[in-house]
Write a protein that binds this ligand. Structure first.
Ligand SMILES: NC(=O)c1ccc[n+]([C@@H]2O[C@H](COP(=O)([O-])OP(=O)(O)OC[C@H]3O[C@@H](n4cnc5c(N)ncnc54)[C@H](OP(=O)(O)O)[C@@H]3O)[C@@H](O)[C@H]2O)c1
Length: 282
């Protein structure tokens, strides 16, 4: 199978190239070679690559920056995804696309299942929801995986930031009233391969198991990194005013995976601990 990964130099994109690598003919594209906001380029480069599968990991992921630059957010996360959907469909390829827990407001008292109606409140969440809609509209053969609180060896993420600050001896204040499901990019990439091989279509929630607050994630990360004697305090979201509203509870229930008999991704604790031990322990 020929696979084209778009956004191949991002946190998830790098893992996808590796995960598909051993058993597939994989090519990767990213800025500046392919800008997904340019529809003609999408059509031309996808046609030239002639893939069986296009995997779109490209996105404008700076949630607060999206609030300041809504046009760019919608151009990349919304219309850009639509361009790739058209290009994949024209090439007769399946499109795998990634979305986010931020398509939900976070007001629910339980974890969100795939059938829940999205109600995003941030520009990022609304732009990602437009991406989902356009993927559904333009790519009859599509698989959308909603993931959340991503971490991995490549690029910036919350765990790396917290451990860096702790090692510099900074006192840490971390929000304790936002709950979600941390997801290891490596696990999400491996699951993608499984779902593609199994012929899955439509929307799936695809996070590591369980949920926690950012404070809990920071506390356990320090523990697994063996860092002691650092001041870590739980604080409410209101202590850190940010441009983009954050969902209070954006835990995703991987209900469809369970229902269809797939082994759910391991608990977030196991994944985060392995990540820290392999990549962040000095
Ligand atoms: N990170 C998270 O916590 C999180 C949570 C939930 C869902 N997701 C979703 O998971 C997917 C992967 O996220 P990630 O964290 O791996 O993202 P990332 O590390 O920010 O990588 C995104 C990649 O896309 C590229 N890109 C940006 N604009 C582009 C454009 N116009 N054309 C082509 N490429 C472009 C970026 O290039 P530059 O770096 O040069 O801009 C980067 O290489 C995204 O769909 C994201 O919305 C992420």
């Amino acid at each position: 199978m020929k696979v084209l990964v778009v956004g191949a130099r991002g946190m998830l994109g790098m893992e996808l190239v590796e995960a598909f690598g051993p058993h597939h003919d994989v090519a990767g594209l990213d800025l500046p070679d392919l800008d997904i906001t340019d529809e003609a380029s999408c059509l031309e480069l996808v046609r030239a690559a002639a893939p069986d599968l296009v995997v779109n990991a490209a996105a404008f992921t700076l949630v607060d920056e999206c609030e300041n630059r809504p046009e760019d957010a919608f151009r990349v996360n919304g219309y850009g995804a639509g361009h790739l959907a058209r290009a994949a469909a024209a090439a007769g390829a399946l499109l795998v696309h990634y979305s986010t827990d931020y398509v939900f407001s976070g007001r629910a008292a339980r974890a969100y299942v795939e059938e829940d109606a999205p109600d995003p409140e941030s520009v990022y969440g609304r732009s990602k929801l437009l991406g989902e809609t356009l993927v559904r509209k333009h790519a009859p053969e599509h698989l959308v995986l909603r993931i959340s609180w991503l971490f991995g060896p490549h690029g910036k993420n919350f765990i790396r930031t917290i451990l860096g600050a702790a090692r510099r001896g900074e006192a840490l204040r971390v929000v304790d009233d936002q709950t979600g499901s941390p997801t290891y990019a490596r696990d999400a990439a491996a699951l993608t391969v499984t779902l593609v091989r199994s012929g899955c279509r439509g929307v799936y929630h695809a996070t590591n198991g369980g949920s926690c607050s950012w404070y809990e994630l920071a506390r356990r990360s320090l523990e697994w990194a063996g860092i002691t004697g650092v001041s870590l305090a739980p604080v409410p979201t209101s202590a850190f005013p940010r441009p983009a509203p954050r969902p209070a509870n954006s835990t995703l229930d991987n209900a469809r995976l369970r229902r269809e008999g797939f082994t759910p991704l391991r608990p977030w604790q196991e994944a985060a601990r392995e990540y820290i031990e392999n990549y962040l322990n000095q």
